[in-house]
Design a binder for this molecule. Structure first.
Ligand SMILES: NC(=O)c1ccc[n+]([C@@H]2O[C@H](COP(=O)([O-])OP(=O)(O)OC[C@H]3O[C@@H](n4cnc5c(N)ncnc54)[C@H](OP(=O)(O)O)[C@@H]3O)[C@@H](O)[C@H]2O)c1
Length: 223
């Protein structure tokens, strides 16, 4: 069994989620940020790849105090648990995500001293040899009580999750901007798939200045 997995990402109209310098860009609009905050408030955990942590150092907390209070009223922690996919345990000790409850998923190649150091700040789990084994990680997260997981990028992690059929919903906010750059990160990076992965278009709607599209895998995936 694994959690229900929702991917959410903000993209330019040319499919880029950052620029070639990998500087954090404001792609979303106010309306979309509000939607993402509500999405965060509805999940047990938020997952990102180490690439995103190293460049953006995000907090990944719920911004609305009202939403945090509602979670507390529902018997939940104010913020979801953060899950970082980080084979070599490269996460800096002062990362924002380590200031709350966090799980750092590493692979066997990770340096033991680094694991020891990060273990003082977060729960460190080991799955896979050179890369984090995402299927095993998902099973572990389910066993840990995580039923709904939001993945907030980046493109390399999203690509692995799609290719391993570990995604249930994908939300992409397309802002009417071009970022350009053949080396800019995109929604789905990593290696190209053997054949295109077909998705079903659930809905498309105008949101703020851009559009929000909701996709689901063509073949329903069993948990
Ligand atoms: N616009 C948006 O919504 C948005 C959201 C998030 C991020 N971003 C942007 O995306 C960029 C970062 O994306 P990214 O693709 O470089 O990094 P990423 O997807 O955040 O992290 C990828 C890294 O995760 C680690 N990893 C470990 N096991 C893995 C597995 N099984 N599958 C995939 N990855 C695994 C790998 O590094 P190790 O081998 O070292 O572990 C890999 O390089 C940044 O520029 C950021 O600003 C944009």
């Amino acid at each position: 069994m694994r959690p229900y997995v929702i991917v959410n990402v903000a993209s330019s109209i040319d499919g880029k989620i950052s620029n070639e310098q990998r500087i954090q860009l404001r792609i979303s609009c106010e309306e979309d940020l509000k939607r993402v905050d509500e999405l965060r408030a509805s999940v047990d955990a938020i997952m990102v790849g180490i690439g995103t942590i190293l460049v953006d150092n995000p907090k990944l907390n719920i911004k609305s105090e009202e939403l945090r209070k509602k979670r507390i009223g529902d018997g939940l922690k104010p913020n979801p648990i953060k899950v970082i996919v980080d084979s070599k345990c490269r996460i800096p000790e002062d990362s924002e995500v380590l200031k709350g409850e966090a799980i750092v998923a590493v692979a066997k190649i990770a340096n033991k001293e680094r694991i020891e150091r990060i273990s003082k700040k977060a729960e460190v789990v080991v799955f896979g040899e050179e890369k984090v084994d995402l299927k095993l990680l998902m099973e572990y997260l389910y066993g840990r009580g995580i039923r709904k997981l939001l993945v907030e990028g980046g493109g390399t992690l999203i690509s692995s999750l799609i290719s391993e059929a570990l995604v249930d919903d994908i939300f992409i906010y397309f802002a009417p901007i071009f970022i350009g750059g053949s080396n800019s990160p995109t929604i789905c990076d990593g290696r190209s798939f053997e054949k295109p992965v077909e998705m079903e278009l659930v809905s498309i709607k105008k949101l703020g200045k851009g559009i929000l599209i909701h996709l689901k895998p063509k073949v329903p995936l069993s948990p």
